[in-house]
Design a protein around this ligand. Structure first.
Ligand SMILES: [Zn+2]
Length: 303
């Protein structure tokens, strides 16, 4: 194995950061975010990381494992010293009883989320979108360079399912309904901005629909914002427990702040207000009402 592939596949040191099972996805609080603040969280991760690096003598690896008869997720996890959730999440397995002999599993030898670089993103951008420290990615993966090639597998510390693409894969099914039926014209994540023409992070998904199409509440909740926000245009924000959904570029707003809406109720109509190239719904799922940097991919919560 060459040095590069060895670096990519083998010398991937990870740190156990508690990928928890997404069992708390109730209809009200579908994201079930941690009680820790982001700063506390980062601090704790760094502490645990330091401790782990001190204690760990061997290099960690990403293992490709073939299921043998008699294996269970729990037994494989136990043998490798990781949590069952780490295997479930990294293999998109929803039901832990559904593994069969011969099936291939991929997982790190310590708890963590395996991220495959699928675009020319910078390490900084990955760290930012998963809200983790860039340095901890460098450390746990023993990266010699911050330049990442497409296909590179990284283990991301402190990535709990709530904040990853894995959010709906932990056992519970999606808990949101589609606010508008239509094709996704722009996905969540890095893209070339259609108007500014620079690479930027798209914090939601765009769903194409005709002007005037009713926008439905993706989950029951309280209207915490209904008004105009510069580039978002006419916008509604709903609060569901500790999480939020945001609906932008609306033509007309149909709800008022303080109002309670049921899942599926009309809250606005599709438009192109704010910075939009044409009528569509820009739909976000937020962990923090006022922070556009605390978003997750809405698709993880949609059926
Ligand atoms: Zn958008």
């Amino acid at each position: 194995m060459g040095k590069l592939s060895a670096m990519l596949l083998v010398s991937i040191l990870v740190f156990s950061l508690g990928i928890t099972e997404a069992t708390g996805l109730g209809s009200m609080d579908f994201l079930n975010p941690d009680r820790e603040t982001w700063e506390e969280k980062k601090e704790n991760i760094n502490k645990r990381l330091e401790k782990h690096l001190e204690e760990k003598e061997e290099k960690e690896e990403i293992i490709e494992y073939q299921v043998k008869s008699g294996d269970s997720i729990s037994s494989i996890a136990r043998e490798n010293g990781i949590k069952p959730a780490t295997i479930l999440h990294n293999n998109k397995i929803e039901n832990k009883h559904l593994i069969k002999p011969g099936q291939k599993l991929i997982f790190p030898t310590v708890d963590g989320f395996i991220y495959t670089v699928d675009d020319c993103v910078e390490l900084e951008e990955i760290a930012e979108s998963y809200n983790i420290d860039k340095d901890s990615i460098v450390k746990v993966n023993i990266l010699e360079s911050e330049k990442l090639e497409v296909g590179t597998k990284l283990i991301l510390p402190d990535v709990t399912p709530s904040y990853t693409q894995l959010a709906s894969r932990g056992g519970e099914r999606a808990t949101l309904t589609w606010p508008v039926t239509g094709a996704i014209t722009s996905s969540y994540g890095y893209r070339m901005h259609p108007i500014r023409n620079v690479k930027s992070f798209h914090r939601g998904i765009d769903i194409g629909a005709k002007r005037g199409t009713p926008i439905l509440a993706a989950a029951s909740g309280e209207v915490v914002y209904s008004g105009y926000r510069s580039s978002y245009g006419n916008t509604v924000i709903l609060k569901h427990g500790e999480s939020f959904t945001l609906y932008a570029h609306a033509h007309k707003l149909k709800v008022e702040e303080g109002q309670w809406v049921e899942k599926g109720e009309v809250i606005a109509t599709v438009g192109a207000t704010g910075m939009a190239t044409g009528p569509h719904l820009h739909f976000e799922v937020r962990i923090d009402e006022n922070s556009a940097d605390r978003t997750v991919d809405p698709k993880n919560f949609l059926p």
